[in-house]
Design a protein around this ligand. Sequence first.
Ligand SMILES: NC(=O)c1ccc[n+]([C@@H]2O[C@H](COP(=O)([O-])OP(=O)(O)OC[C@H]3O[C@@H](n4cnc5c(N)ncnc54)[C@H](O)[C@@H]3O)[C@@H](O)[C@H]2O)c1
Length: 464
Amino acid sequence: MRAVDAPSTVLVTGGAGFIGSHVVDRLAAAGHRPRILDARPSPWHDRDAVETAIGDVRRVDDVLAAAEGCAAICHLAAAADVNDVLERPHWATELNSIGTLSVLEAARRLSTPRVVYASTVWVYSDVDADEVDELAPLPPPAHLYTAGKLSGELYCRSYAELYGVESTVVRFGIPYGPRARPAAVIPSFVGRARRGEPLTIAGSGEQERSFVYVEDLAEGVVRALAPQAAGRTYNLGSDETTTIRGLAEVVRDVVAPVEIVHTEGRAGDLRGTTIRNQRAADELGWRASTPLREGVRRYAAWVEEQERAEVAAGPASAPVRAAAGDRGPSLPRRIAGRLAAIAGDPLTLGLASLLAIVSALLPAVTASHSRADAVGVMTLALVLLLPLWAVSVGSWPESLRRTQAVLAGGFGALGVLLSTSLSPEQLADVGRTRAITITLLLLLLASVARAARSRGARGIGERA
Ligand SMILES: NC(=O)c1ccc[n+]([C@@H]2O[C@H](COP(=O)([O-])OP(=O)(O)OC[C@H]3O[C@@H](n4cnc5c(N)ncnc54)[C@H](O)[C@@H]3O)[C@@H](O)[C@H]2O)c1
């Protein structure tokens, strides 16, 4: 068992997200050097203060580049909102399953001492028992979100058995606190109370729930780096339970004395399974120490602080908007953002350039007076298209993606410029020069060598 107790660099995937951002803060407070890998910049951290890699956790190369030199990876990047999973099942499952697989694979290749995997107490949803702990046998899950998260747990076990990658699984309870998604029940109740609106409960509100304050959770993740946590699974939830009615009363007491209204609703799950958190207490000395009332008070204070910051900052900054439940930029800005993303994507740029070159050269081929002229133009086309293909299709490290996109765009622009500025005869003449023929042969040889190398690499991977 290898320890991560000395101050170390620790990668947090999903470090820009709700829970991940608190893990980053907690790691820093514990003397570690957190590093973020996320698909977007963190709205909560200055990039100068916390090293950040923008990348896709599904791509092993991106994780490898980000995890280089890290003593541990806390893997939190995921499709965490079950509504997103319902709407985009394939994307979400790929992210939750393959994302975890990529993290474990990067840890294997880099010999990273520890992976801490963020799972969920949803894995107990299908267990038929009044009380469960980490030893409960888990039936196949009914929900796709649970299936994706559980697959991550299984991969952790397989990578430990087969390759000795040490991991710790932490099953999070329902989190709340600063930076929470505005649609979740506590942010929504707090938001309504602050606006003086009644708190609406469907049915009697006797359904029992257990919420865990996000900073407590983040502390649990940091403790899961301890040597004794290797190969272990821990529930990280609160022992305090409440009913939805009880929660509404806490919000009313702490935030504003608004009315609590009951609407028609299904009876619902009156009493869920009790999830025991004793193992984390015994082995890691961890307990969710923030009482619900105190957590709600801190969350409401944070929302207020965000709103004050918004007023001071003028037009809302991203974190402030998020706290206030804003759905983000307007449609034109979203379209502009999407176009910028396409411009930064080497494959899209490469394909667009390829089409542009082919369309520009096609008239020259059809206008050729002789077969030799047509062959000349087509040879030139191959010389322009082969490097473009090689640059656009290859999987480059994330840090070089911008260079890759610039090269793809550059080759494309050069090809179109050449094809449109020369006459068909001139293009055929260029295509017939000896230099072009030699370049073409070299490019073909390089392509064959590259294809053979990647076949070899795949073969080795399959045997392992
Ligand atoms: N929030 C909950 O109720 C809850 C409960 C139990 C477990 N969990 C688990 O905790 C973890 C964190 O959840 P959260 O609530 O902070 O989620 P979140 O949505 O706030 O954060 C997830 C982060 O992952 C990033 N991400 C998404 N796709 C990515 C990709 N392809 N590559 C890199 N980064 C990517 C997102 O940009 C985001 O910053 C997840 O693994 C989730 O399954 C969450």
